[in-house]
Design a protein around this ligand. Structure first.
Ligand SMILES: Cc1cc2nc3c(=O)[nH]c(=O)nc-3n(C[C@H](O)[C@H](O)[C@H](O)COP(=O)(O)OP(=O)(O)OC[C@H]3O[C@@H](n4cnc5c(N)ncnc54)[C@H](O)[C@@H]3O)c2cc1C
Length: 297
């Protein structure tokens, strides 16, 4: 039984080194100021998808990412690890999207890709940290969902029954569902396989239209231009709102009920920290303090 699998993967700012110009005055992220990476839990999701492809010959793995032109990097990273193709959902109208608008755009693009058996993404993105998009996509497509997945144990030939292990507080649980289904994958799942050297050679010149435009902006020639006609798989598909028959009003800032009220850069001062030993007295004084300022209790 071959499976049609769509992996939702987000390009995120590397929040491990956020500088003071990380946020714009309008409350949206200044993506140009931060190194961009593959959202860590989406790499775990990609690995689960590739394992299903290994186990079910004839299956396909398609990357889907919404972001600016440079997010084509996410598609390349997926191709280097064994994905078959990918789509970059990119349009100024998608900018500033909250999770509702993001899930609308992704669900609309998934309908254009056409009825996948499995839609799999990370549990959470390290920038918005809401863990809302996966469940919202399931809701918009009217599909069953299994969240916090640690491992997909089996997809039964013929019946489409899927069995998965979930990471829950204090343990794991084994659940089953039926295809088509949305799965979100936890960071405790198996790490993603590394790039495959042969696939890096094959796809290293893969580019999206915006990347090509950026290279040839000042009249510079596009390196290996002829390759893009010879090898169509080197052209990373870019989809606008119109390409996916989307409703602009439900996209980006206009489709986002979440309004960022204010952004405050918080940087802790030394005087605000206190070193505690493990002694009962220290731990007790900490608990008393946290109770007093209502952090706990
Ligand atoms: C600091 C900060 C706070 C925010 N707070 C909120 C908030 O409270 N409410 C709100 O609605 N929005 C919020 N946002 C906006 C939110 O980040 C974006 O809407 C984002 O596109 C999706 O939400 P998320 O990052 O929380 O993703 P999550 O819901 O945590 O992502 C879960 C999974 O969905 C998939 N996914 C998410 N985004 C994409 C994408 N662009 N392309 C492909 N797959 C994707 C990935 O598989 C990802 O692992 C916030 C953004 C920032 C930077």
């Amino acid at each position: 039984m071959s499976l049609k699998i769509v992996v939702l993967a987000k390009q995120v700012p590397d929040t491990r080194n956020v500088g003071k110009d990380a946020m714009k005055a309008d409350g949206t992220i200044n993506r140009a100021a931060l190194p961009a990476i593959f959202n860590p839990e989406d790499l775990h999701a990609l690995e689960q998808a590739l394992r299903l492809k290994d186990a079910h010959p004839g299956s396909t793995v398609t990357l889907l990412t919404m972001g600016p032109g440079r997010a084509a990097e996410i598609i390349r990273e997926g191709l280097y690890r064994g994905a078959d193709n990918g789509y970059l959902l990119t349009d100024r109208a998608f900018a500033g999207a909250d999770t509702l608008a993001t899930s609308y755009a992704l669900a609309t693009a998934i309908r254009k890709i056409g009825k996948p058996d499995i839609i799999i993404g990370g549990r959470q993105a390290i920038d918005g940290d809401t863990a809302q998009v996966g469940p919202q996509v399931a809701e918009k497509l009217g599909l069953t969902q299994i969240t916090y997945t640690e491992e997909i144990l089996n997809v039964e030939e013929g019946t489409g029954r899927i069995v998965a292990k979930r990471h829950i507080d204090g343990g794991v649980e084994t659940v089953e569902g039926k295809l088509p289904i949305v799965i979100t994958v936890n960071g405790s799942a198996a790490p993603c396989r590394p790039r495959n050297a042969k696939l890096v050679q094959k796809y290293k010149r893969a580019l999206g239209a915006q990347e090509k435009a950026a290279i040839t902006k000042e009249g510079a020639a596009l390196p290996y231009a002829g390759l893009y006609d010879e090898r169509p798989y080197l052209n990373i598909a870019e989809w606008s709102v119109a390409d996916v028959d989307g409703d602009v009003k439900q996209c980006g800032l206009s489709g986002s009920p979440t309004k960022v009220k204010a952004i405050e850069n918080i940087s802790f001062q030394a005087k605000e920290s206190r070193t505690l030993t493990g002694s009962d007295a220290d731990v007790e004084s900490l608990i008393v303090e946290l109770l007093a300022n209502h952090t706990i209790g």
